[in-house]
Design a protein around this ligand. Structure first.
Ligand SMILES: C[S@@+](CC[C@H](N)C(=O)[O-])C[C@H]1O[C@@H](n2cnc3c(N)ncnc32)[C@H](O)[C@@H]1O
Length: 197
């Protein structure tokens, strides 16, 4: 566990956040499977940070697809934009904004990831309610978090972790039907949910 953990991540650099995303790379394939992510899909990555997961999603959806990488931090998205330029990736669209108020505008996502982000905010139900608003009926979403009974060798301290049953209740209140639960590792769990009609 980190000695000086801060919920807003101000205690670490975006390089370090990216490195931590890389250390969790093994989780991403299962998230994409749960979303049935195919080439040509348009997926919303909520709290994309410096973008490791967004690039994996971009590989999967290909040039005919689109990844909306949304984050409240302009610095995180500047990091992602630099990588996009270096890697010549065009199918990621960075969106600076708070996920509780992000407006549908021109967004047309057909699925969403809300992974390792809720514990960084003061309003997890607000994020989930807005993600439900941004998705069409029937759309799939994955909500993943750190388990409070995990070993706490990485990620937030136990006191900052969100119990899976609490996250499930928030998902249901937001307008999602809960489909499946999985403890991906001792440290991580995921819910697969579906936007109710
Ligand atoms: C650990 S990082 C990246 C998590 C990434 N989704 C993953 O699975 O690796 C969490 C990110 O969530 C962002 N974030 C936290 N609260 C947010 C909010 N209310 N709206 C948008 N982004 C938010 C932070 O700025 C940070 O970049």
């Amino acid at each position: 566990m980190e000695e000086s953990y801060r919920k807003d991540l101000s205690h670490i650099t975006w390089d370090e956040v990216f490195a931590r995303q890389v250390r969790r790379a093994g989780l991403v394939e299962e998230w994409m499977e749960a979303l049935h992510l195919q080439p040509g899909a348009r997926v919303l990555d909520i709290g994309a940070g410096p973008g490791y997961v967004s690039f994996v999603l971009a590989d999967r959806v290909g040039h005919d697809g689109l990844v909306y990488a949304a984050d409240r931090s302009a610095d995180a998205l500047a990091y992602l934009e630099r990588l996009k330029h270096e890697r010549g990736v065009t199918q990621i669209q960075g969106i600076v904004g708070d996920a509780t108020t992000l407006d549908p505008g021109a967004l047309r996502p057909d699925s969403a990831l809300v992974t390792m982000v809720l514990h960084h905010t003061d309003d997890p139900p607000g994020i989930l309610a807005n993600v439900a608003r941004l998705l069409p009926a029937g759309a799939l979403a994955v909500v993943a978090e750190f388990h409070p009974e995990g070993p706490c060798e990485q990620g937030p301290p136990q006191s900052e972790r969100l119990p899976p049953e609490q996250v499930r209740e928030w998902c249901e209140a937001a307008g999602f039907e809960v489909l499946t639960y999985r403890r991906q590792t001792p440290e991580h769990y995921m819910w697969t949910v579906q936007r109710r009609p």
